[in-house]
Design a protein around this ligand. Sequence first.
Ligand code: AMP
Length: 211
Amino acid sequence: MKIIFLGAPGAGKGTQAEIVSKKLNIPTVSTGVIIRKAIKEKSPLGRQAEEFIERGELVPDDVVIEIIKTRIFEEDCKNGFILDGFPRTLIQAKALSEIGVEIDAVVNLEVPEDTIISRLSGRRQCAKCGLTYHITDKPSKDGITCDSCGEKLTIRDDDKPETVEARLRVYHKQTEPLINYYKVKNLLKTVKGKNAVEETSAEVLKILGVN
Ligand code: AMP
């Protein structure tokens, strides 16, 4: 299966993608995780992307399209994949279609803005493996380090209040139009994502027809 998770920053795309990924045994491809890793490693991609992320803006389309073009044709994606955080603009969505990727479903996680803001301010992340936690909703076992790899958890730079505001503005302007783009293609499945992770994931799995 090839699935896209759509939604505002903090809607729970990464968390839900992880659950579906384990259930279907297909990888999650997160452009955000790939870009943050590149920034940490100070690679050419990282240096190019850093200033955009810091301002809460999108990294240029051609850069992320190149990332995706490489990643989704790797061996582990041959039985399908889940896209978390891509596409984020109409240009990216059209590029995906132009490279011949046939998407089976687009899950749109709908979450009210006040919930989004509280989620982002409590979010903690493992800078090494990319797993995300929340100080109250989804804490790691000791609240300090990653359950999976033991790395210390950090607050993402772009989860700071001024950047969050910019990211939400960008979401409404550039990413929200994708809801209609995929609705017209009959691929859109909307799930209310305000409640507990398990409640949302039960709904997501049901809507995808996964047991
Ligand atoms: P995320 O972890 O998905 O919230 O992504 C973090 C940041 O990475 C975003 O705020 C953007 O600056 C950048 N980014 C991730 N995915 C994309 C994308 N598909 N297009 C442009 N920028 C992206």
